[in-house]
Write a protein that binds this ligand. Sequence first.
Ligand code: UD1
Ligand code: CA
Length: 479
Amino acid sequence: MAKKTKRAPLAAVILAAGQGTRMKSATAKVLHELSGRPLAWYAVRAALDAGASPVVVVVGHQAAAVETALRAALPDAPLRFALQAERRGTAHAVLAARAALRGVTGPVAILSGDVPLLSAATLRLVVSARGRARAPLALATMALAEPKGYGRVLRDGRGRPVRIVEERDASDAEREVQEVNAGLYCADAAFLWRALARVGARNAQGEFYLTDLVALAARRAPAVAVEVDPLEAAGVNDREELARAGQVLQRRRASLLMRAGVTLETPDRFLCDEAVEVGPDVVIEPDVRLRGATRIGAGCRIGQGSVLTDAVLAAGVTVRPYTVIEGPAKVGRGAVLGPFSRVRPGSELGEGVHLGNFVETKKARLGKGAKANHLAYLGDAVVGAGVNVGAGTITCNYDGERKHETRIGDGAFIGSDSILVAPIEIGARAYVAAGSTITKAVPPGALAFGRAQQVNKEGWVARRDAARAAAAGAKPGAR
Ligand code: UD1
Ligand code: CA
């Protein structure tokens, strides 16, 4: 942690108003998802982690949706939203945040909402470089072999940054410059507002460029440049860059997990959302995807091709291949699921529960050690401890209008291919005979048959064959 100082606290502005034309999307660029979070979330998170408060997000294109998404993901953060009604450039966007920053006199960090890999540590570096140099402005730069698309940083004979020129406005010689503007700044508040008032729009795009601040600073006291890791400062402007940023995030996530004691059989074939937590000694087989607020307890094994969303697994759970959990769902210690189970919202599976292939649960609570090993549907059900649900059992929970509950007492045995028509209650330790359709409550300890009585016709085949033979023998003689 950075040591506390008495200096004015850091504020931050995140630029997230643009449409993101190069994404070719009906959805605003900053709402595109990376590891289960909207793109803009990452810059906001970095600013918060660096200690910024308030963090003002400048929104414009799909403003309401961007605000809703960020507030939902960061409910307790000191966020403010400022509307940039018209998109007239990055300088114009920062000006839109002015009212939301009233009273802020200290440093203001400015980040793009489309730079998701930036760490709080790098942001702090830029902030402290400005403070140390007592400069009006610090900016992050990076050296790129292929600087295409970025603003070029021009330095004077003494190596001080004097101007940034956008690619469209650059001369051929300027385009050769490989040091580019990373789009991350820290400015003194007084300088910021004074300089922004003087930014013009005489450039190829007719926009107000924030990058002009560098030239405006240079006249008085020059800006300081801080070189940062290009990997961190890569901007996302199109879908390829989005995918590349996603890969970097996944790789980082995978190595963090492995360092924390998780085995990833194929680290590059594993997808994990930002908020997921995985305990030690978990083994994750290839092609697993962990989504939302999933939490995996110590020592679990997650089988190949499984997708877990908002699933909370206690320790020692085995998820066999190709199992899908669509939570919110809870799975108790030592449970064994799959292969090919589907656990839907509201499922709570107790300790040691077994769900086998093609078993679906929805809003179902299964007690300790309950088993449904093959081909079953348990919906709106409360299943007691130690219950055995036979293959092909179905709870008929829906009458076409409403859902009804099935309750099965501890230790009951449900024979294969039983139909339990809810609302229904099966008592503790009761037996339901295989192939039953159960429409009336079964008392505890009873055996219920809900199927037609079987009738055996002794000697029926022989009688049929004799009748056929007689008919065949009668035919030739008929003429
Ligand atoms: C910008 C910089 C460029 C730098 C690059 C780094 C300018 C003029 N150029 O270019 O020097 O190398 O970032 O990634 O600043 N935005 C608004 N309102 C607007 C315009 C943009 O909020 O009116 C937001 C966008 O949503 C985006 C961010 O500002 O999040 C940057 O805008 P973008 O158009 O992506 O700028 P670049 O062309 O990448
Ligand atoms: Ca950009």
